[in-house]
Design a binder for this molecule. Structure first.
Ligand code: MG
Ligand code: MG
Length: 265
């Protein structure tokens, strides 16, 4: 059983700066999203912001043990039925009515900030807008539960209930995660959890303590939530082709009250 690291005030100050730079990178992309822009152009914008602040792109070169190729870019850019990990490309050009999920990680003085959002390109359908609104609100409902003394399953259940009660599907294959000097650490925080005394198979629920830092990231499908990975080994899409959304913040549990959101400007 690996231990959950609690960060010191000095570490949290560095993590706040990592998160701030990451948020600025996301903001630069948000302002640039429009029909006709390629996902590679968005990647360059994020890269510029990160480099200008003497930080490093945390995703670039990242390679989990089960993937044969290291990640080749600063951001992941996932369009419509793509959920996460879409690789930026000059050939992927945004169109009016698309939705785009942009995820970015910044490493500053050895510490990482990780956050993401989904937005519409120009005018989007009412259904797509509702999907974005519900996913973002589910993230904030989860964040509100990230208080000292609560358990991680309280967060998981809150996020799941928020999403499913509004008729959308919770993706099971990817979870929130501890963040620090590594991008993915303990605890893992799924966006779902069985009710009562049952456990989520493969996960444990831990009691939150001040100084614990993790990313929450609900991933939501408009219809069925099953996903698959494309042959590029990275891009995750919904199996039924339905639209999906993803919002993420890195947060730190405080001694009292709601957590500190580290990934804001
Ligand atoms: Mg992320
Ligand atoms: Mg993450």
């Amino acid at each position: 059983m690996s231990t959950i690291i609690r960060r010191t005030p000095d570490e949290l100050m560095i993590m706040r700066e990592a998160g701030r730079i990451n948020a600025m990178a996301l903001q630069a992309m948000r302002e640039a999203v429009r029909p006709g822009i390629s996902t590679k152009e968005l990647d360059r914008l994020a890269e510029d912001v990160i480099r200008k602040h003497n930080a490093k792109a945390a995703f670039l070169g990242y390679r989990p043990y089960h993937v044969p190729t290291a990640y080749p870019a600063t951001i992941t850019a996932s369009i419509n039925d793509e959920l996460v990990h879409g690789i930026p490309s000059e050939d992927r050009v945004l169109k009016e009515g698309d939705i785009i999920s942009l995820d970015c990680g910044t490493q500053y003085n050895g510490y990482i900030g990780d956050s993401a959002f989904t937005m519409g390109v120009g005018e989007i359908s009412e259904e797509a807008q509702r999907l974005l609104d519900v996913t973002e609100a589910a993230l904030y409902a989860g964040i509100d539960k990230a208080r000292a003394g609560n358990e991680t399953r309280d967060i998981s259940r809150t996020i799941q209930k928020y999403i499913e009660s509004r008729g959308f599907g919770v993706v099971r294959e990817y979870t929130g995660h501890g963040v620090g000097t590594e991008m993915h650490a303990e605890p893992q925080i799924p966006n779902w959890w069985p009710s009562g005394r049952q456990r989520a198979r493969g996960y444990r629920s831990i009691t939150l303590e001040p100084g614990t830092v993790f990313a929450l990231e609900p991933m939501v499908s408009a219809r069925t939530p099953q996903t698959k990975v494309l042959s590029d080994h990275w891009t995750v899409v919904t199996c039924d082709g339905s639209l999906c959304a993803h919002f993420e913040h890195t947060i730190a549990v405080t001694p009292e009250g709601p957590p500190l959101i580290l990934t804001t400007v």
